[in-house]
Design a protein around this ligand. Structure first.
Ligand code: SF4
Length: 702
C-alpha cells in the first residue's frame, strides 16, 4: 500500500481538540489536547485518577510531536558498522520480511523473536502477540513489563486467581484509615496521585511508608520504616507475627475465605521482631506501631510497588504482604485491601493480551488447551499450530545471537539497551543478531544499534485503548494526523504479515483490532467482551472483567469470592533470604535504583523535553554524607560505582536521608551514567523479574 492510499484509510478530518490521556505512566491522567497554529497544547482534564492535575511530564508531552529528533522515514543499515540511511517503506519492509523468511527457513520459526512494551495500547499489544504466534509462528515474545510488574502479577495470580493491580478504584485510597505504601514513591513517579493521599490525611488517616530512602513520599508519612534494601519480606513476616501475637487475626475471614493459613502461621512464628530489627534496621516499636495501625481500623490498604517487587524474591515479598492483608481480612472489604501500583502507561493492559511469553489474550495461559482452542478459533488457525510458551524477557534477551537463541529481534516500544539489567551484556547480545528491527518515533539507544528503524506514530496521532492502574479501560483519542512517512505499529505489523508466507492479513484499524480482542478475551480472567469504545466514551472508562455488553463492570473485586476455582484466596508461606549478591570486602555497599520526578523510564522521550532536561539534566549517585566523607567525596564530585558486571560514573549527590550503607542512582540515562551497567541480572524464579533494587558495589572517586 502506498503512503497516499494508507493515509486515505485513516479517518478524514481530525477534531481541533481531543480528550485523551497522558502518554506516560499508569495513572493515565486525563488531558485535553488543543490543535493551535503553533502545534499542540495540553490542558489538564478532570478525571477520577488525576482530578484535574498533571505532572511536569504530562504538561510537556506535546513537545515531542514536532521535535527535530522525530523520525519520519525508515532507516536502513546496509552493512555491519555502516551508518543508518533513509529508505522508503517498501524497501524497509521488504528487507525485514526477506530476512525473517530466510532465518525462519534456515533455523526454524523460533529464530525470530519479538520484544514489546508496557506503553503499547491494548490493540498493539494484542496485535503483537497475534503477529508473533500466527504470522511468525515463534514462541519467542516477551516485553519490558517483565521489568516492572511481573512479580506483583505472579503473586496476585497465585493468591487471588487474578492479577488486576488495584482491585478497587484509586479513590478508595483517600478514604483509608491506614495506608501502607511499600517501595512506592508516587510523590515523584505519579504526583497527581498524591491528591488522594492528601484527602486521606485530611480525613485523619495515617500514612506509613516502607522505603530504604527518605523519598518525597516518605517525608510526608506519619511513620517511615527504612529497612535495608532486600529485607521487606522479613518486615512483612514480622508484621504478621506481631498481628497474630496481639490477637489481630480475623479468624472468621480466614476460615471462610482463605486456605493455607496454618503453614503461614508456623512460618511467621519464627520472625521475632527483635531479630527482624537486627536484620532490617527497622525498630521493633515501629513494626508494632505499623501492625497496630493496620489492624485496629476499619479500612486499611496495603500497596506494593517496584521497591518491594524488583528483587530475585519479589514474588515472595509481595506474597508476604498479601498474607498480612488476608490475615487482617482486608481484601474484598469495602475501602480496604491489597493492591500493586502499576508503573508503565499500559502496564496493566499490556500484561493481559498476549505480549507475555506464556500468555494468550484475556490473561489466558498458552499451555491451557481450552485457552488455545478459544483463541485459535478467533484467529482462524489450528490450535496445534500455535507455539508453546517462550521464556521471560531477560532469558530471551540473553539468548539473542547465541547458537541456540533467536537470530532476529523485532522491538516495539522498548529500549532495553538502557532498561535491561546488566545492560552491557544485553547490548552485546543485540549486536550479535543477524537482524535487529526497532519501531520507535525517536532514535533510542536500541534504535542506534538496529539494522532497520521504523518510524511510528505518537499518542496524539492514534486511537485505541489503555488500561490504567485500576484496571479501568480508557480511550486514547487522536488529535491530528501523523507526519508524512510515519506509520502506526498496526500498519507495520500488517505490512510485514502481508510479506510473510501463509500469513493471514492483520487489521490496521484499532477499533477493528479491539473488536477482535473482545472476542479473544471473552471468558478469560481479563474479560473485555462487554467493553465497547462507545461504552468507554459514555462514562469514565470501564473496569474489567466485563463479560456482558449490557451488564455491569467491576470497579471492586473480591467482595464475595476470589477468582480461584473454590473462590478462596490462597496464603503462601514465604521466607526471607538474602539478596542474590551479598556485600563483601570488595563490594561493601548496597546499590539500588529508581526514578526521578522529571524523567520517565529509559528517558528516550523525557530526556529530549527541554523543561524536563533542565529539571533533571543527568544521572547522579546519591550517598550519605558520612559515606562521602569516608570516600573523600563532596557534592558534585564525579564518582564511580563499580559492581562485578560494570560501572557507572556520575556526580555525587549527598543526602542525609539515605542509609550510609546504601547508594542510589536513577536509571534514566545511557552512557557513562547508565545505572543498569551495574545492576544484577539475577531473576525471580517465578516471575522472571530481575533484581534491579539491590546488588553489591564499591564507590570510588572517578
Ligand atoms: S502522573 Fe503519570 S499520567 Fe499523570 S501526567 Fe504525570 S506522567 Fe502523565
Amino acid at each position: 500500500m502506498t503512503d497516499g492510499a494508507r493515509m486515505a484509510t485513516r479517518s478524514g478530518v481530525r477534531p481541533r481538540e481531543a480528550a485523551t490521556h497522558c502518554p506516560y505512566c499508569a495513572l493515565q491522567c486525563g488531558m485535553v489536547l488543543h490543535a493551535t497554529t503553533d502545534g499542540v497544547e495540553v490542558a489538564a482534564r478532570d478525571f477520577p485518577t488525576n482530578r484535574g492535575g498533571l505532572c511536569q511530564k504530562g504538561w510537556t508531552a506535546a513537545e515531542l510531536l514536532d521535535h527535530p529528533d522525530r523520525l519520519t522515514t525508515p532507516l536502513l543499515r546496509d552493512r555491519p558498522g555502516g551508518e543508518l540511511r533513509p529508505a522508503g517503506w517498501d524497501e524497509a519492509l521488504d528487507r525485514v520480511a526477506t530476512a525473517l523468511r530466510t532465518l525462519a527457513d534456515r533455523h526454524g520459526p523460533d529464530a525470530v523473536a519479538v520484544f514489546g512494551g508496557g506503553g503499547l495500547t491494548n490493540e498493539k499489544a494484542y496485535a503483537l502477540g497475534r503477529f508473533a504466534r500466527v504470522s511468525l509462528r515463534t514462541r519467542h515474545i516477551d516485553y519490558n513489563g517483565r521489568w516492572c510488574m511481573s512479580s506483583a502479577a505472579a503473586a496476585g495470580n497465585r493468591a487471588f486467581g487474578v492479577d488486576r493491580g488495584l482491585p478497587f478504584p484509586l479513590a478508595d485510597l483517600g478514604r483509608a484509615d491506614t495506608l501502607l505504601l511499600v517501595g512506592a514513591n508516587p510523590a515523584e513517579t505519579m504526583p497527581p496521585l498524591m491528591r488522594h493521599l492528601t484527602d486521606q490525611r485530611e480525613r485523619g488517616g495515617r500514612l506509613i511508608v516502607v522505603d530504604p530512602r527518605a523519598t518525597a513520599t516518605a517525608r510526608q508519612a506519619d511513620l517511615h520504616l527504612q529497612p535495608l534494601p532486600g529485607t521487606d519480606l522479613a518486615v512483612a513476616n514480622a508484621l504478621l507475627h506481631i498481628a497474630l501475637r496481639e490477637g489481630y487475626l480475623d479468624r472468621a475471614y480466614v476460615a471462610a475465605r482463605t486456605t493455607g493459613f496454618d503453614e503461614v502461621r508456623r512460618t511467621v512464628a519464627g520472625y521475632w521482631p527483635a531479630e527482624v530489627e537486627r536484620l532490617s534496621g527497622v525498630p521493633v516499636a515501629d513494626l508494632e506501631a505499623t501492625a497496630r495501625a493496620l489492624a485496629t481500623v476499619d479500612r486499611a490498604i496495603i500497596l506494593t510497588a517496584r521497591g518491594a517487587e524488583q528483587h530475585a524474591k519479589g514474588v515472595d515479598t509481595v506474597s508476604a504482604f498479601i498474607n498480612l492483608a488476608l490475615a487482617l481480612g482486608l481484601p474484598g472489604r469495602p475501602g480496604a485491601g491489597y493492591g500493586c501500583l502499576t508503573g508503565q502507561g499500559n502496564g496493566q493492559g499490556g500484561r493481559e493480551h498476549g505480549q507475555k511469553a506464556d500468555q494468550l489474550p484475556g490473561y489466558r495461559r498458552i499451555d491451557d488447551p481450552a485457552a488455545r482452542e478459544h483463541v485459535a478459533r478467533v484467529w482462524g488457525v489450528d490450535p496445534a499450530a500455535l507455539p508453546g510458551a517462550g521464556v521471560p524477557a531477560y532469558r530471551l534477551l540473553d539468548s539473542l545471537g547465541t547458537p541456540s537463541g533467536p537470530k532476529a529481534l523485532l522491538v516495539f516500544g522498548s529500549n532495553p539497551v538502557v532498561s535491561a539489567p546488566r545492560a552491557a551484556r544485553i547490548e552485546s547480545r543485540l549486536r550479535d543478531l543477524d537482524l535487529l528491527v526497532v519501531a520507535d518515533f525517536l532514535r533510542s539507544e536500541t534504535a542506534e544499534l538496529a539494522d532497520v528503524v521504523l518510524p511510528v506514530t505518537q499518542w496524539a496521532e492514534e486511537d485505541g485503548t489503555m488500561t490504567n492502574l485500576e484496571g479501568r479501560v480508557l480511550r486514547r483519542r487522536a488529535l491530528r494526523e501523523p507526519p508524512a512517512g510515519v506509520r502506526t505499529d498496526l500498519e507495520i505489523l500488517a505490512g510485514l504479515a502481508a510479506r510473510l508466507p501463509d500469513a493471514a492479513p492483520l487489521p490496521t484499524d484499532p477499533r477493528e483490532v479491539f473488536e477482535e480482542l473482545r472476542r479473544a478475551s471473552a471468558g478469560g480472567p481479563a474479560d473485555y467482551a462487554g467493553i465497547t469504545w462507545e461504552r468507554i466514551d459514555a462514562d469514565t472508562g470501564v473496569f474489567w472483567p466485563c463479560p456482558d455488553e449490557h451488564g455491569p463492570d467491576r470497579p471492586r473485586l473480591f467482595a464475595d469470592r476470589f477468582h480461584t476455582p473454590d473462590g478462596r484466596a490462597r496464603f503462601h508461606p514465604v521466607t526471607h533470604r538474602p539478596a542474590a549478591e551479598p556485600v563483601c570486602a570488595d563490594y561493601p555497599l548496597h546499590f539500588t535504583t529508581g526514578r526521578v520526578l522529571a524523567q520517565y523510564q529509559s528517558g528516550t522521550q523525557t530526556r529530549r523535553v527541554a523543561a524536563l532536561r533542565r529539571a533533571a539534566p543527568g544521572g547522579f549517585v546519591e550517598l550519605h554524607p558520612d559515606l562521602a566523607a569516608r570516600l573523600g567525596v563532596a557534592e558534585g564530585t564525579p564518582v564511580r560505582v563499580v559492581s562485578r558486571r560494570g560501572e557507572l560514573c556520575a556526580p555525587a549527590r549527598l543526602s542525609p536521608t539515605i542509609r550510609p550503607d546504601t547508594v542510589f542512582a536513577p536509571f534514566h540515562w545511557p552512557g557513562a551514567a547508565r545505572a543498569n551497567s551495574v545492576t544484577n541480572d539475577a531473576v525471580d524464579p517465578v516471575s522472571g523479574m530481575p533484581e534491579f533494587k539491590i546488588c553489591a558495589v564499591r564507590v570510588e572517586r572517578a
